[in-house]
Design a protein around this ligand. Structure first.
Ligand code: NAP
Length: 497
């Protein structure tokens, strides 16, 4: 058995132990005999030091020309290309999703790095004519200061990159707290940044729990903006804490995403999409396709095919290339999924396949649940309304396009939606009338690309977006600048009348 590595916090350009002197262990959810690493159990003292280092570094970093900052981002992205396989393998060990998906997760960090490096030569502002003669005016982007980041476990490097790259290119400095279940990927990412020359204090990493690290970070007076991705329940706490001090706050939260299958759809294509959307990442995506809303004329064919495909999925350790679905992230998440299955049964939904923990042999070492499909699910059921975040999806009948759209919208969340149809009129009406931040036609609810804004409406988000040019809005402040070269006093709204 290889020696277990002890990872440290990264503060002010140094790898340091937590002031608490305590550590925690992280184990592979597919094989709990495999200890992925030992990490620092940090507290408010570590957060204070990290924020102080970031605050000090900000005064230099903000003055580095943005194209120069971008060159560093480019080098980091190039290096991640070379390290892709190592990062993906360690990510599968710490998080459980299959290798192809962890490779995709790392690729997202590469793509986002390249995209944001390009932004270093744009960071476009605005110029506009003045209402007065001999006067010039413009709007420029300025960095906000220290950016605090709190990230979830389901995209261990992609989501941190979505936050860190735009923050850095805009000239902010960073303190990041990764999820307790997946600190390793961020440790690797930050190590790469250090080796590629990120100046001390510009990026700081503090590992530990939400309560001990996330909380002091989101309430720290020197943190200008918090960017949080995670559950709606914790996001609400982050929002309330930031509101008290008028701190900038960007939230990306839960989802309950629907695929609407019309009776003119290519059913085999819709089933392909449903299997990938529902069981990819073991259903542990904010964009997971957890509700299938299916036209009554095709519901039998669609459901039969979906169940056959779900039953045939190869579930196991994601390091095995033949495996299609990995474990739940931890025991508690697995138990939540199993509880929701019981809730679904009690509510009167019809269990068509799955419904249990996988046991026996290597399964006993991990947290594996069966791909599960419920039919006869109605909109008043909890399994229709609540985010399960696991290998469970549900099928609900609809009578028409209008009925299907109403059912899709019948949830507190608004992240992603999709329609399968061959009728362009249906597609455009669904695009317009389903209230989500992301929408797909003839593709499942997952599959975002980094150069488009990512985020949701209703209980999924608070009006900001990640990725794309919109992603830099979170980390920059508009400054409007007026330059009067008339040599006289000119009063706006008065002297031009
Ligand atoms: P979570 O429990 O809300 O945790 C998210 C992050 O917040 C973790 O780093 C967590 O630390 C931290 N945290 C927990 N309690 C905190 C507190 N009181 N104060 C400050 N920070 C705290 O979510 P998760 O289980 O990691 O991730 C799953 C959720 O994320 C799902 O709801 C999913 O839909 C959502 N998600 C949304 C998006 C999106 O873009 N909309 C993307 C991915 C995931 P610990 O790890 O130490 O608990």
């Amino acid at each position: 058995m290889a020696e277990v590595i002890r990872y440290k916090n990264y503060i002010g350009g140094q790898w340091v132990e937590s002031r608490s002197g305590e550590t925690f262990e992280n184990r592979n959810p597919a094989n709990t005999d495999d200890v992925v690493g030992i990490f620092q159990k940090s507290n408010a003292n570590d957060v204070n030091e990290a924020v102080a280092a970031a605050k000090e570094a900000f005064n230099k970093w903000r003055l580095v020309p943005a194209p120069k900052r971008a060159e560093l981002l480019l080098r980091i992205a190039d290096r991640v290309v070379r390290e892709k396989e190592r990062l993906a393998r360690d990510m599968t060990r710490e998080m459980g999703k299959v290798l192809n998906e962890t490779r995709g997760d790392v690729q997202e960090a590469i793509d986002l790095g390249y995209f944001m490096a390009g932004e270093g030569r744009r960071l476009h502002g605005v110029t506009t004519p003045s209402e007065l003669p001999n006067k010039f005016q413009m709007c420029v982007r300025q960095p906000k200061g220290v950016a605090g980041m709190i990230t979830p476990w389901n995209f261990p490097v992609a989501i941190p990159s979505w936050k860190m790259m735009p923050a850095l290119v805009c000239g902010n400095t960073v303190v990041i707290k990764p999820a307790t279940d997946t600190p390793l990927s961020v440790c690797h990412y930050v190590k790469i940044m250090e080796e590629e020359g990120i100046p001390p204090g510009v990026v700081n990493l503090v590992t530990g729990s939400g309560g001990s690290v996330g909380m002091p970070l989101m309430t720290h007076k020197d943190v200008a903006v918090i960017s949080f991705t995670g559950s709606t329940e914790i996001g609400r706490k982050v929002s309330e804490a930031c509101a008290r001090d008028f701190r900038g706050c960007h939230l990306e939260m839960g989802g309950k995403n629907c695929i609407l299958v019309m009776d003119d759809a290519d059913i085999d294509l819709a089933v392909d999409g449903a299997v990938w959307g529902a069981f990819g990442t073991t259903g542990q995506r904010c964009t997971a396709s957890s509700r299938m809303i299916v036209h009554k004329n095709v519901i039998k064919e669609f459901t039969d095919k979906l169940v056959a495909r779900a039953r045939a999925l190869n579930v196991g350790n994601g390091l095995d290339e033949s495996v299609e679905m990995g474990p739940a992230i931890n025991e508690s998440q697995m138990n939540t999924v199993l509880e929701y299955i019981e809730i679904g049964k009690k509510e009167g939904a019809r269990l068509l396949c799955g419904g249990e923990r996988l046991t026996g042999g290597d399964y006993d070492k991990g947290f594996f649940t069966m791909p599960t499909v419920f039919a006869d699910v109605t909109s008043d059921m909890r399994i229709f309304q609540e985010e399960i975040f696991g290998s469970v999806t549900s099928v609900t009948v609809c009578e028409s396009l209008e009925d299907g759209i109403d059912l899709c919208n019948n949830t507190a969340y608004g992240l992603s939606g999709s329609i399968y149809t061959r009728d362009v009129n249906n597609a455009f009406r669904a695009m317009r009338d389903i209230y989500t931040g992301l929408f797909y036609v003839n593709a499942p609810t997952i599959g975002a690309e980094v150069h488009l804004p990512f985020g949701g409406v209703k209980d999924t988000g608070n009006g900001h977006r990640e990725a794309g040019v919109a992603g830099i809005d979170v980390f920059s402040e508009w400054k409007s600048i007026y330059v009067d070269f008339s040599g006289t006093i000119q009063r706006a709204q008065i002297d031009n009348r």
